[in-house]
Ligand binder design. Structure first.
Ligand code: FAD
Length: 251
């Protein structure tokens, strides 16, 4: 019985499925959360992603990956997409797809960049731009499981208007600390000049390496490489640093 169940679950994960957009939520001017109804969703872990495929009437199709934003036990599957300038797929998902429209997705995908309740004593989350999406899934999974593991989220964005999930992060969770870094425009009264992530941003916020926090780093390639280098330079164990690169570097 159990042996038969495994291929069935794998089959759902690897097969393209039709999802329907049931709701769209603007997170900021350039990013929207898409709430999807996926009838045969096999469940997922916080940190995993899906492949999305769009096909035009003439048969041309394009495929991209998007992290799951929703907690594993959520009723619907959610992804949050940031519109990338001349981006083929992101612009359509943010601006073109309407409630009731179908799209194809496949997944969940990935088994390394994941967090489950009880997996670590403390968790440091470093996100650049839309790299906060899988980190938010981890925060939501922690809340859903009432897991007491201390979490710290450091999110680097261009300006205050580019923050994601603000009402939810402002409500907060016991044991979760959230801090923002601004690369271009800081809110009034911030002493830190705008700029990309630096060593002192991490030392001022993270636990010391001796306490072995599990570190998850996600975002544009440049952000991930810089942040991971800073962590190892500070003495964090590379085995405790998990990274996910979303693509070209961004500011
Ligand atoms: C595992 C994984 C998970 C991802 N999760 C998310 C997510 O949760 N939310 C999200 O918004 N994106 C996510 N991405 C990025 C996403 O897959 C696409 O790369 C992105 O949406 C751009 O696709 P596009 O078709 O709009 O742009 P394209 O048409 O592919 O590219 C247009 C231009 O934008 C540049 N570009 C491409 N990707 C990026 C990028 N990520 N950042 C900056 N510039 C880029 C290209 O070099 C090109 O100049 C993820 C990527 C990976 C690999």
């Amino acid at each position: 019985m159990a042996r038969a169940a495994v291929p069935r679950r794998l089959g759902t994960r690897l097969r393209w499925q039709v999802a329907t957009l049931v709701e769209r939520r603007a997170e900021n001017e350039g990013a929207s959360t898409l709430v999807l109804d996926v009838p045969d969703w096999p469940g997922h872990l916080a940190g995993q992603h899906v492949d999305v495929r769009l096909t035009a009437e003439d048969g041309y199709s394009a495929q991209r990956s998007y992290s799951l934003a929703s907690a594993p036990d959520a009723r619907h599957v959610e992804i949050t997409v940031q519109r990338v300038g001349d981006g083929e797929v992101s612009a359509y998902l943010v601006d073109g797809l309407a409630v009731g429209d179908p799209m194809e997705l496949r997944g969940p995908v990935g088994g390394w960049f994941v967090w489950s309740a009880g997996q670590a004593d403390r968790v440091l989350l470093l996100g650049g731009g839309s790299g906060v999406v899988p980190l938010m899934a981890m925060i939501r999974a922690r809340r859903a499981a009432a897991d007491p593991t201390p979490f710290r989220l450091l999110h680097s964005v261009r300006s205050p208007a580019d923050r994601y999930y603000l009402p939810e992060l402002r409500r907060g969770d016991p044991g979760l600390t959230t801090e923002f870094l601004y690369t271009r425009t800081s809110p009034d009264g911030r002493s830190r000049p705008p700029g990309r992530i630096r060593q002192e941003d991490i030392t001022g916020f993270a636990w010391p390496p001796e306490t072995s926090p599990m570190c998850y780093v996600c975002g544009p390639t440049g952000f991930v490489e810089t942040a991971a280098d800073l962590l190892t330079g500070l003495g964090h164990d590379p085995d405790h640093i998990r990274t996910e690169r979303f693509g070209p570097s961004g500011g």
